[in-house]
Design a protein around this ligand. Sequence first.
Ligand code: PAF
Length: 289
Amino acid sequence: MKLITSINEMQQFSTDAKRRGKSIVFVPTMGHLHGGHASLLKKGRGLGDMLVMSIFVNPIQFGPKEDYASYPRDLKGDMALVEAHKVDVVFNPTAEEMYPEGFQTYIDIERLSKPLCGISRPWHFRGVATVVAKLFNIVKPDTALFGEKDLQQLQVIKRMVHDLNMEVNVIGAPIVREIDGLAMSSRNVYLNKEQRKAALCLYNAVVKGKDMFHNGIKDTRVILKEVRNIVESEPLAVIDYIQICNINTLEGLEKITEKALLALAVTIGKTRLIDNTVLGNEQREQYIF
Ligand code: PAF
């Protein structure tokens, strides 16, 4: 495994690999790796010749009052997972390397960035799209993998790749859950014992929504009322949003007539957690525990 911190060196590596006819599979991350990242690496290993992972906590996708400074970082611990999955290169630049003095170019995905997480985090997807575009230009992947826990992020990136004619095949991978159902996230380490227990309300809400849909309820107001009740009955939970929307446009729905996304963001203590499920497509419902 090679650790690269310079953009020039990473670009050179990828150019050389391409010249030798090797395809590049890319897993972008912010580190503090967990089972969700492991599943992306596992899937990615079989999709091409060279497996590249980036570990970069991207400052421009955090708001001024968010946890950029305290976001969990554990490069040493991450390396064990990286070695186990036979990653060829870890790209780990500094913020100064990625955003030198004078940086002023951003990518704005106009509509998909606005609903759901975009309401309380209006800067977020601009930061995500910009860093992912930069990483694509640096790593030059043929294929890139993203987790479906951040389904809005996945849709934003797919839109960007399509709209800007980027030659990258973007693939989503199912949510990976702890044994009790909590979606894996680097931010789960913030939760104390009581909060960790409370955080299960997100999974319980998702399961409730799925069950109601499977029982033939298609009116989103009816489903959302029950789902909200579950989260609201948890005293430590503060709802950011709970929404059922069109999976492609992310616009809110009154009736579920085709594939829909049930998505929620809930703060437990100071930790904002997200979760989702796709209603109407059983194949994508393959949760990994
Ligand atoms: O999902 C993440 O870890 C980040 O948002 C990403 C895609 C690596 C961009 O910083």
